[in-house]
Ligand binder design. Structure first.
Ligand SMILES: Nc1nc2c(ncn2[C@@H]2O[C@H](COP(=O)(O)OP(=O)(O)OP(=O)(O)O)[C@@H](O)[C@H]2O)c(=O)[nH]1
Ligand SMILES: [Mg+2]
Length: 320
């Protein structure tokens, strides 16, 4: 992801792939990772790509829109599609997220269904497995977080999940220890179809830099704020300007729904927003490899989650 490409991280003209791998030998395809909220989808996409392309928190419903992370394995370019968790939606934003997740699955070439092996089959997983009948694509099962469960429970879970839906293969991974991640990569490298690469060789994500920067700030906010606040807020990058000394000046707006929430985001004497800003600034600067001046503004907009413009910014369809 080139720092100057913040408005346009999509592929330039094709050409490089054939030079590196030889025309006709390359393979390419989209693999969607779906599952319940918190199943470990974004963590695994990051591990597969070998870089952080999607934000991760211990809270549910962290990912809100599709994030494509790109991995190269020999002649294969695998585009892993991280999706929002699938759950029973209540609010409009929930509906947009869940329909985006299913849409991401149906538009892919292959689907990986992630099940948190510590949680096993709960109501949410049960509902997802039942809906897989409508996804007419090759599917594999990935049991996640195997570093925190006993091995024999994995065999029982493998059997139980495979009785409820048809999978080509079952994988067991830990994104924390890295166990099983190479097997998943090798499998999909062979499973994607022959064809030209769709992204330049050095591209690891399709997310424009300004959107990734907003996501990083949202991650720091989700990690610091509790209860309803992570779900009542959104972050947008408003300004992105090169300034003296090779630095970049970034202005972002945090939208919340109520004045009381704004007070919490700011914190006593502005301490909370300062900490969010510092965490985000350091991470964005590390990605860009240049100094960052980050300015965060908090705006109260009680109906932001009913405003089509906010959905466009997030890359979501606005559900009626
Ligand atoms: N122990 C352990 N924890 C993991 C592993 N993979 C993910 N986690 C943790 O699980 C939590 C959720 O991870 P995410 O990757 O954000 O999960 P997600 O499925 O993308 O969640 P949503 O975006 O909310 O749907 C985080 O606290 C991760 O650190 C793993 O292999 N082992
Ligand atoms: Mg996620």
């Amino acid at each position: 992801m080139a720092p100057d490409d913040e408005d346009d991280a999509l592929p330039h003209a094709a050409g490089t792939p054939a030079e590196t791998a030889g025309e006709g030998e390359t393979r390419c395809g989209f693999v969607a990772l779906i599952g319940a909220p918190n199943a470990g989808k974004s963590t695994l996409v990051n591990a597969l790509v070998g870089a952080k392309v999607s934000i991760v928190t211990h809270k549910v419903q962290t990912t809100r829109a599709l994030v494509r992370g790109i991995a190269l394995v020999g002649p294969a370019q695998i585009v892993f599609v991280d999706t929002p968790g699938i759950f029973r939606p209540k609010r409009r934003l929930d509906r947009a997220m869940v329909s985006t997740a299913w849409g991401g699955a149906k538009d892919a070439d292959l689907v990986a269904v992630l099940v948190d092996s510590r949680k096993g089959i709960d109501e949410e997983v049960e509902a997802i497995l039942a809906s897989l009948a409508d996804v007419h694509l090759p599917k594999v099962l990935i049991l996640t977080k195997i570093d925190v469960v006993k091995r024999d429970s994995l065999l029982a879970l493998t059997q139980a999940v495979n009785e409820k839906a048809r999978f080509e293969r079952t994988f067991m991974v830990s994104a924390v220890t890295g166990s099983g991640v190479e097997d998943v990569l090798a499998y999909f490298a062979g499973a994607v179809q022959p064809g030209p690469w769709l992204y330049p060789e050095d591209q690891i994500s399709d997310l424009p830099m300004r959107q990734l920067a907003a996501e990083i700030t949202r991650e720091k906010m989700m990690l610091r704020l509790h209860e309803e606040l992570p779900y009542a807020s959104t972050v947008e990058t408003e300004q992105w300007k090169d300034v003296k000394g090779g630095a970049v000046r970034i202005e972002q707006t945090i939208f919340v729904e109520r004045d009381s929430q704004k007070k919490i985001v700011l914190g006593k004497g502005g301490q909370t927003i300062k900490a969010i800003s510092q965490g985000a600034r350091e991470e964005i600067a590390a990605i860009l490899e240049r100094p960052v001046h980050l300015f965060l503004f908090v705006k109260v907009r009680d109906s932001w989650s009913d405003d089509p413009e906010r959905y466009r910014e997030m890359g979501l369809e606005f559900p009626e």
